[in-house]
Design a binder for this molecule. Structure first.
Ligand SMILES: Cc1ncc(COP(=O)(O)O)c(C=O)c1O
Length: 380
């Protein structure tokens, strides 16, 4: 009855655990949510004010499909500031979140039967979006023993005449891995378009430094947005930076799929870029504190954390010794400890037996989650 490609789209299991947790909360059982990547911070006040002012002044219309020029200009300046690479505002397309930016790029590059290479464990939506375009995700395993760093030789071996793109996510969800400069450079030299998801750029710890392939190759599509760095998930604002040759077809896809991104939301983005730096730095400092509380607390319980994640706001915990699949384990923990977590299975076979903890929530919630978990661990 429904198109075959919808059967390729797996449910997002962390959301399923979260939703069960919400139902339990509605029935009177308070749940600590450590499962999803939702910053608990408010958006930068200047961004909120800019959205309000924009709405009040009647900016409720379509814009240029590529986004307001002032925002594209600000994104280009931000790119130069953060990545040290100058880009033309005409190479920027503003989207309603990073997710549509990914979807636009895959629609641009992938024909039915084409292949897209990505490291696994991986963000669950990548394979789903590739499959919806008729493409085949080619998973290249990464492991805790090498810090979830991509092995370029394995990537090279996975390339076939059908390879259309290589995903690079640094810092990555769910591992928090940051790919070293040499790896990014070698991947950029393979001659295949790089889809570089940089949504967690800026959220790094212990001196980790993110390298963008934009500095090495023009055959690169940067996927980025305001959700995580600026705690603006609900605004739905993202963008992509693409090579000149791709701009016309991307513009046509954008016109047909989405027409344009909300005008008042774009104004919020302009303001976040102009005035949000201090807010972002404050949040990063708080994440660094929460990260230590979570990692130390889990280790004190005897749980195994293969790497202290250098970026993003997730900790992937090895729970294979509990001898049940990660979804069953997550539901067991939800029922017994009233803590919602992200089952590893969401992130591919390579993460089965692992569970993802998010430290995007408050220190108090994290500490309460740890106390609850410590009580039930002996019963698991
Ligand atoms: C790696 C990665 N890319 C993209 C997204 C989607 O973000 P957005 O809210 O900008 O659509 C997420 C959200 O969790 C993510 O973790």
């Amino acid at each position: 009855m429904f198109a075959k490609r919808t059967q390729e789209v797996e449910p997002f299991l962390a959301m399923e655990v979260m939703e069960r947790g919400m139902a339990m909360a509605r029935a009177g059982t308070p749940i600590v949510q450590l499962g999803v990547g939702e910053p608990n911070f408010d958006a930068p006040p200047a961004a909120v004010q800019a959205a309000v002012d924009s709405l009040v002044s009647g900016e409720t219309h379509y814009t240029d499909s590529r986004g307001l020029f002032v925002l594209r200009e600000a994104i280009a300046q931000d790119c130069e500031r953060r990545r040290g690479v100058a880009v033309d505002p005409d190479h920027v397309v503003v989207t309603s979140g990073t997710s549509p930016a990914i979807l636009l790029c895959l629609n641009l590059l992938v024909d039915p039967g084409d292949e897209v290479i990505l490291a696994t464990p991986h963000y669950p939506c990548y394979p789903n979006m590739i499959a919806v375009c008729g493409g085949k995700p080619i998973l290249v395993p990464t492991g805790p023993e090498d810090g979830f760093v991509m092995d370029v030789a394995k990537v090279r071996a996975a390339i076939t005449p059908r390879t259309r793109a290589i995903f690079l996510a640094s810092p990555a969800n769910p591992t928090g891995a940051v790919q070293p400069k040499e790896v990014v450079e070698e991947l950029s030299d393979l001659g295949i378009p790089i889809l570089s998801d940089e949504i967690y750029d800026g959220l790094t710890y212990d001196g980790a430094r993110v390298t963008s392939p934009l500095g090495f190759t023009e055959n690169c599509y940067v996927l980025d947005g305001f959700s995580k760095r600026y705690a603006m998930t609900g605004f739905r604002l993202g963008y992509l930076i693409a090579p000149q040759i791709a701009m016309r077809p991307l513009q046509s896809l954008m016109q047909s799929f989405f027409i344009s991104t909300s005008q008042f939301v774009q104004q919020a983005g302009i303001s976040a870029l102009a005035h949000g730096a201090e807010h972002v730095e404050h949040m990063r400092g708080q994440y660094a504190i929460r990260r230590r509380i979570l990692i130390d607390g889990l280790r004190d319980m005897g749980l195994s954390i293969p790497i202290d994640p250098p970026g993003a706001f997730y900790v992937l915990v090895d729970m294979r010794h509990f001898e049940r699949d990660s979804l069953t384990l997550s539901f067991d923990i939800l029922e017994k400890a009233h803590v919602a977590l992200g089952p590893g299975r969401d992130f591919g076979e390579a993460a089965e037996g692992f569970v993802r903890f998010s430290f995007a929530t408050s220190s108090e919630e994290i500490e309460e989650g740890l106390r609850r978990l410590a009580r039930v661990i002996p019963q698991l």
